[in-house]
Write a protein that binds this ligand. Sequence first.
Ligand code: LLP
Length: 433
Amino acid sequence: MICPNITVNEKNHLCFAGRDTTQLAEKYSTPLYLYDEQLIRQKCRMYKKAMAEYMGAGSRPVYAGKAACFKHMYEIMGQEDMCVDLVSSGEIYTAMKAGFPMERAFFHGNNKTDGDIAYAIDCGVGHFVVDSFDELYALDAIAKEKGVVQKVLLRVTPGIDPHTYEAVNTGKVDSKFGVAIETGQAAEFCKAALELSNISLQGWHCHVGSQVFDEDHSVYHDTAEIMLSFMKEMNEKHGLSLNVLNIGGGYGVRYVNSDPAIDIPQNIKTLGDFIKEYCEKLAMPAPIILMEPGRSIVADAGMTLYTVGTIKKIPGYKNYVSIDGGMTDNPRYALYGSKYTVFNASRVESEDKLRCDLVGRCCESDDVIQPDVSLTAPGRGDVVAVCTTGAYNYSMSSNYNRVGRPAVLMLTETGEHIAVRRETLEDILSCDM
Ligand code: LLP
């Protein structure tokens, strides 16, 4: 199976986190997002343990909330003593409402508005990850008005191409994010930050991309080399001792069997050893390392259930199996051509298979969840499961065609609870005047 928490029971039904998914579909209706809460907690603990052990005291993971953002997720992150990365006033508000301790939050974004900046300061966000000169000056001015000295990391671009898909490739010099080291602008960025009275520079941030497998370790090692050399240069030039380096998120996850399975603690060890050695070579103390995993914490802890509706067979052409959700709850195939593993959860194993495109209900031909899949004898009313949907599905969902968003159901060791209820027709109208 694509993930160890997916099994098949004696009724030939698909089980997720030990639950029969067809029963969950019947009880809670579909489409339905499922989360294995225990797996999310295990991943947080795995990152925390490995980073503390292999990257030195103070090193820790920062959960990238954009991957899956709703109140209960921040409750989990609060309980697991995680830091979080937030990118909008909406994400900050959600974390606040969950009672997340805001001093453990890092506020990101390439275009924080003055309103966002003021709101984040008022909420007591621990660190801003400042993305541009414009933001730096705006933040200093707003912090001054509020009588606050704001802690910041500066986001710089190391000029690394992580060879992932273009939409999530962010570390290159010509990126909209961060300030480039190569052009000399990052050094100016540092100087500018040090001259501002309401900015307290704590360290550096970079993020090269998402869904990075980095099997030969070159991406993160090259990134670390560039960042550590830059840190040393800035420390020497300005007589500083800044010792925080946030190297962003990005470990890839397995969506289909042909994707590699990454041993994250082992990768963290290899990277931690590399950083220590490289720092010795540079004769500098190894910094505190922060990493910002999103996908690798929540993706395979998630699954989406749908009900099969129309089945259309076009002899000599292809077959379509339509489900009751689509690009509104999972736009990732439409946007990136992302791969997914899918099952007929009502009948997992059988010789009788149908080759088909699994498509959504929206008025758009690109509304495809996954093309050319093999489903075991699908029939109207069957439950279809799409695996590994825990990251960037709920958080990227929309109301296109005025389709309501599905509920989010958390499966825990002892029970289950709805973290986000299903949107009703009234919800769809709730902002219309
Ligand atoms: N830190 C920063 C600054 C980021 O921009 C991101 C992701 C992360 C951390 C978390 O990366 P992760 O560990 O999740 O790979 N919607 C796209 C993914 C966009 C990623 C944006 N930034 C998708 O569905 O594939």
